[in-house]
Design a protein around this ligand. Structure first.
Ligand code: PAF
Length: 297
C-alpha cells in the first residue's frame, strides 16, 4: 500500500500534484483552508482535463504511512506548519514546495524531528478559476533533504517516486542549497519584472529586458558566492532565458498575486537576496529596486 499523499492548499502547483497523483492511481487527499472551494479540474498542456477525485480528508493524525506535501506560498508556511505540528507524527515525511527561501529555518523550528524534504519546481501552472488549474509550462522538480535525517536514504527511495508521479521529472539533489539558490535566481529575475511590466514570462525574452536580467543574475551570483554557493552569472542568465522560453505563455506567480491583489513572495525572493547581501556588505541595487517597486504597488 503506497503512502497516502496529503496535499495542502488549493494553489496551482498543488493542483498539478493532485492531478499527477490521480493519473498514477496513488491515494491522495487535498486539504484546503477555511471555506475555500476545493480544486476540481486540472488541464494538462495538451488541453486534456483531469477531474480530481481525492479521498476525503479526515481528522486522524498523519503517521509514517503519510506524505504531507506543502505547496504553499513562503509567507503562508509559518502558519501552516504551526497548524500541522500537532496533526503529524514525528515520522511523517513532509515536502515543502515553495518559491523563495526560509522553509528550512521554519521547518527546523516547528518540526525539527520530522523527515523534511525540500522541493523546487520550474513547472508553470495557472489558476483559471477557483476550482480549475492549467499546466502552462513544462519544467522539472528538484528534491532533496532539508536537513540531516537518519533515514535519508530510505526516505529518498520512498518519496522520490511519489514526487515523480505528482510533479516529475524529479531530479534528486544532495546539494539542495545550491538548487534553492538556482531557483531563487530564476524567481528574482522573472517574477518582479513580469509583475511590474504586467506581461507573460515570454515577453522577458525581448532584448530590452536583457540588461536588467543580467544585472539581477550578477547580483544574485555575487551574493550566493558570499554565502558559500558557487553560481556563475553567465550560465545563470542562460538558465533564466531557458525558463523564460519554456514558460513563455505563463504568467508568473508574482504577476498573478499582484493581478489578484494578493500578498506576494517578494520578501522570500528578492528581499532574501537583499538581506543576505546586506549581511555580507554587497551592493545589490537592482534587486533592491525590484523589492521596493513591488512593495510600492
Ligand atoms: O513563480 C513562478 O511563476 C515560477 O516559479 C516560474 C518558474 C518563474 C515560472 O513562472
Amino acid at each position: 500500500m503506497p503512502r497516502r499523499i496529503n496535499i495542502l492548499g488549493s494553489g496551482a502547483i498543488g493542483g498539478l500534484c493532485a492531478a499527477g497523483a490521480q493519473k498514477s492511481n496513488l491515494p491522495y487527499c487535498c486539504s484546503t483552508r477555511d471555506q475555500r472551494p476545493p480544486l476540481k479540474y486540472v488541464e494538462d498542456m495538451g488541453g486534456q482535463i483531469t477531474t480530481l477525485t481525492p479521498l476525503p480528508c479526515n481528522d486522524e493524525k498523519l503517521d509514517n504511512n503519510d506524505l504531507l506535501i506543502v505547496p504553499l506560498k513562503a509567507f503562508q508556511l509559518e502558519h501552516a506548519l504551526r497548524h500541522w505540528q500537532s496533526r503529524i507524527s514525528p515520522d511523517t515525511a513532509v515536502v515543502l514546495l515553495h518559491n523563495g527561501m526560509g522553509g528550512i529555518e521554519l521547518a527546523r523550528d516547528s518540526i525539527p524531528h520530522n523527515p523534511v524534504l525540500l522541493a523546487t519546481t520550474s513547472h508553470g501552472a495557472l489558476k483559471l478559476k477557483a476550482d480549475t488549474v492549467k499546466h502552462t509550462g513544462m519544467g522539472s522538480t528538484m528534491l532533496g533533504m532539508a536537513f540531516h535525517h537518519e533515514s535519508a536514504t530510505v526516505l529518498r527511495t520512498q518519496i522520490q517516486p511519489l514526487m515523480e508521479a505528482c510533479i516529475g521529472p524529479v531530479i534528486w539533489r544532495d546539494d539542495m542549497h545550491t538548487a534553492l539558490w538556482q531557483k531563487l535566481l530564476i524567481n528574482c529575475a522573472i517574477n518582479p519584472l513580469t509583475a511590474l511590466a504586467d506581461v507573460k514570462n515570454g515577453e522577458l525574452a525581448h532584448i530590452s529586458y536583457r540588461p536588467t536580467l543580467q544585472a539581477i543574475c550578477e547580483e544574485v551570483c555575487l551574493t550566493a558566492q558570499a554565502c558559500g554557493i558557487f553560481m556563475d552569472a553567465d550560465s545563470a542568465l542562460e538558465q533564466v532565458l531557458t525558463v523564460i522560453e519554456n514558460t513563455a505563455n505563463n504568467y508568473s506567480s508574482m504577476h498573478q498575486d499582484i493581478a489578484h491583489k494578493r500578498p506576494t513572495e517578494i520578501d522570500a525572493i528578492n528581499g532574501y537576496v537583499v538581506k543576505q547581501a546586506q549581511k555580507k556588505g554587497i551592493d545589490v541595487p537592482v534587486n533592491t529596486q525590484m523589492l521596493l517597486a513591488i512593495k510600492a504597488l
